[in-house]
Design a binder for this molecule. Structure first.
Ligand code: A3P
Length: 297
């Protein structure tokens, strides 16, 4: 009864998702145990990529009645301390679900963590993996914007974008982690050496921003789910500049940390970065068996 009351109270659902909020509708739902539900290990993981649109993807999937998601990023497979706490600890972090529902967890650091694919396979060798990528330079700028915003919150200084992505000799600074994360081909190899290509669905995050419906439709197919998410579940919010979701229990846009304004970057530098990523991109297309058509300069 109490659960139904919360479900039906729209005022509780209007807030956008807060990465750090302790009590909200979602966390309430995750804590409520309905009869015949239990916490289960995930059968599907969103493995990355950082700033690819992982949060939007998770929230979009969550409107499917057969999906339960962990609101928090658990970082179980990329963090030694957490991994050493064992699978039973990991399971305890999952939401309650019915036997026929799919539990999804997302931690974007999995994609770039050596050893994560092996650990995941040891948990479940038939797991389904979702990887959402964006045009590498856009992703890099998004990553920088997030780091800059986090520093600004702490009144700390962040070096200009140019100084971080270029070395003194003018070459691209591959020691900068945000630069490396966009070199997708390096990481996808690691996953394809452990998992069958058919177990990984690679999603175009730039397309999802334009139109989330076909993306979610494809994921429903990939996960063997009935199509239950319709076009009516998405609405474009002009103020936000992005799609938001709604159904009879949820009506929300992501919070202000998603869809930030990016700094203006010198077009010459953008072009230089695109040229740098070009060979990695083409290798990625071939491994992913999908041409994303990202600009080469
Ligand atoms: P920006 O904030 O740089 O625009 P992640 O959740 O993996 O950190 O990715 C964040 C990115 O998701 C955002 O990057 C934004 O562009 C993208 N995104 C995709 N769909 C979105 C949506 N519906 N609402 C907000 N951000 C969305």
């Amino acid at each position: 009864m109490l659960y139904m009351r919360y479900l039906n109270d729209p005022t509780l659902c209007m807030d956008s998702y807060q990465d750090d909020e302790s009590i909200n509708f979602d966390s309430l739902r995750e804590r409520i145990k309905l009869p015949q539900t239990k916490r289960r290990l995930p059968q599907c993981l969103i493995i990355g990529v950082r700033k690819g649109g992982t949060r939007a993807l998770l929230e979009f999937l969550n409107i499917h009645p057969m999906i339960q998601r962990s609101t928090d990023e658990i970082h179980f497979f990329d963090n030694e301390r957490k991994y050493n706490m064992g699978l039973e600890w990991y399971r305890q972090q999952m939401p309650y679900s019915f036997a026929d529902q799919i539990t999804v967890e997302k931690s974007p650091a999995y994609f770039i963590t050596e050893g994560a694919p092996e650990r995941i396979r040891a948990m479940n060798e038939s797991i389904r993996l979702l990887l959402i990528v964006r045009e590498p330079v856009t992703r890099l700028i998004s990553d920088y914007s997030q780091l800059a915003a986090n520093k600004a919150k702490k009144d700390k200084f962040i070096r200009p974008f140019r100084d971080l992505v270029l070395r003194e000799d003018g070459k691209i600074n591959t020691d900068y982690r945000a630069v490396r994360v966009s070199m997708y081909s390096l990481y996808i190899k690691m996953w394809l050496s452990i998992f069958h290509r058919d177990q990984i669905l690679i999603i175009n995050g730039d397309r999802m921003i334009q139109d989330p419906y076909p993306v979610i439709y494809k994921i429903e197919q990939f996960l063997g789910l009935e199509h239950r998410v319709g076009r009516e579940n998405f609405f474009y919010n002009k103020t936000k500049g992005f799609y938001c979701v709604r159904n009879y229990t949820v009506y929300k846009c992501l919070n202000e940390s998603k869809g930030r304004k990016h700094p203006t970057i010198d077009p010459e530098l953008i072009s230089k970065l695109r040229q740098f990523y070009s060979s990695f991109n083409h290798e990625f297309y071939s491994l992913a068996r999908q041409d994303f058509g990202w600009p080469d300069e």
